[in-house]
Design a protein around this ligand. Structure first.
Ligand code: UD1
Length: 419
């Protein structure tokens, strides 16, 4: 196992290139199970979650070729089993995304129930209910979701909660169903739109992705294609916060600024000068200390829960007091205890954190608990006085490509060392 060592105090300055979006590539890789022929996915980030998905497809007998130039070629015609085993689903909850495609294309699926995780209970009841409404027989036995259907039937699906992977699973299932499916109260996240665009490119008939009602007219089959994954808006936001917290100046390239409106507004409120182009964002903090910004997370296009922890880190050293309300997940303040160990003044009551900005944080050994919490601890380490050691960084490798290399290129004093 490795840890990150950060010597705080460097001001970030320079340019950084953004990788393909984790939350788009994972459903897109699952959707390759739907197509006859070979799908080639480009701009694939080198992440642990991608490796796990490739392992999952491989365990089912799917033929996967990984190219050095960030592309993955998938041919699902060699599939031998429709089982997603516990040991893989346990490490990556989004493995549940193979449920809809397996059932729609092969008429059966056995997917381990993901169980809880650090940020809350995260049930998948809405994925299951949607498939049942489309005519699937589903039972939960020995910790597995066992689903069967000769051919799924189009249905009207009304989601009680906005769920990203739930919307994606049902949209993939509906792509090959018999008849028309509507998903109401659908997630509007850009990654749902990217998946819809991938399915459409394979021949699916989908309208309304990006709105709260998605209509899918099922087709008999989908064909292989080549597709480029959209840039990662959360990685983009994370580097912008890293620059802002250190008073720095950066240019983020190969990104999609239009997907970051809520985040950019908050960075401006914190005192940053932000400019955007077609595929770049520049941020200049002019060496100033950030101002505290209130945050309330909610589904897209509101402020993303996946950026909450990074903004809590920013608020810890900001001028003033911020109120941060987490409305998406029930237990997503795991980073707070670690930040407190670095001298942050934060009080948590239910789903609200009150962050009183302090003049400085001090380096400490700290433990990453989940993916975005780890990013927040790194942000804090960049600005803390002295050395910060971040342990359990396998969480960060799930979702950030070579983060220490990218930060080091921007001038951070950070290195990965074996424990
Ligand atoms: C996805 C993202 C994750 C992001 C989250 C919210 C991927 C791979 N992951 O996770 O990075 O933080 O969206 O933007 O895209 N819920 C239920 N029943 C269900 C499904 C969800 O009650 O069947 C609840 C969850 O517990 C949670 C809320 O709905 O409170 C939203 O979760 P959801 O959008 O499903 O998150 P994920 O798709 O798992």
């Amino acid at each position: 196992m490795n840890k990150l060592l950060i010597q705080g105090g460097a001001t970030l300055n320079g340019q950084v290139r953004i990788s393909g979006a984790k939350n788009a590539v994972l459903p897109i890789l699952a959707a390759t199970l739907l197509c006859e022929g070979t799908a080639i996915i480009e701009n694939v980030p080198h992440l642990h979650d991608v490796t796990t998905t490739v392992e999952l497809l491989g365990a089912m007998g799917v033929h996967v070729v990984i190219d050095e130039k960030l592309s993955i070629e998938v041919d699902s015609s060699t599939i031998e089993s429709c089982i997603a085993p516990y040991h893989l689903v346990r490490t990556m909850r989004s493995s549940i995304l193979v449920l809809g495609p397996l059932l729609a294309r092969f008429g059966e699926a056995e997917v381990s129930l993901p169980g809880g995780c650090a940020i809350g209970s995260r049930p998948v009841n809405l994925h299951i209910k949607g498939l049942q409404d489309m005519g699937a027989e589903v039972e939960v036995k020995n910790g597995y979701i066992i689903a069967k259907a000769k051919r799924l039937k189009g249905a009207r699906l009304v989601m009680d909660i906005v769920t990203v992977t739930g919307t994606e699973n049902l949209m993939m299932a509906a792509a090959l169903a018999d008849g028309v499916t509507t998903i109401e109260n659908a997630a509007r996240e850009p990654e749902v739109v990217d998946l819809a665009n991938f399915l459409i490119a394979m021949g699916a008939k989908i309208e309304g992705a990006g709105t709260d009602t998605i209509t899918i007219n099922g087709v008999e089959k989908l064909q292989g294609i080549r597709y480029r994954v959209l840039p990662d808006r959360i990685e983009t936001g994370t580097y912008l916060v890293a620059a802002a917290i250190t008073g720095g100046k950066i240019m983020v390239k190969d990104t999609a600024p239009r997907l970051l409106d809520a985040v950019i507004d908050k960075l401006r409120e914190a005192g940053a000068d932000v400019e955007v182009g077609d595929d770049w964002i520049s941020l200049d903090m002019h060496g100033k200390r950030p101002k505290a910004v209130n945050i309330r997370t909610a589904p897209y296009p509101a402020f993303p829960t996946d950026m909450q922890a990074q903004f809590v880190a920013l608020d810890t050293i900001a001028e003033g007091t911020a109120t941060v309300v987490e409305t998406v997940f029930e237990n997503r303040f795991m980073h707070v205890q670690e930040l407190q160990r670095m001298g942050a003044d934060i009080e948590v009551e239910g789903n609200t954190a009150i962050v009183r900005g302090v003049e400085k944080l001090t380096g400490a050994p700290i433990m990453a608990t989940d993916l975005r919490a780890s990013a927040s601890l790194i942000m804090a380490g960049l600005v803390a006085e002295g050395e910060t050691e971040v342990h359990r960084i396998y969480h960060i490798d799930r979702g950030y490509e070579i983060i220490e290399e990218k930060l080091a290129l921007l001038g951070a004093n950070i290195r990965r060392i074996p424990v």
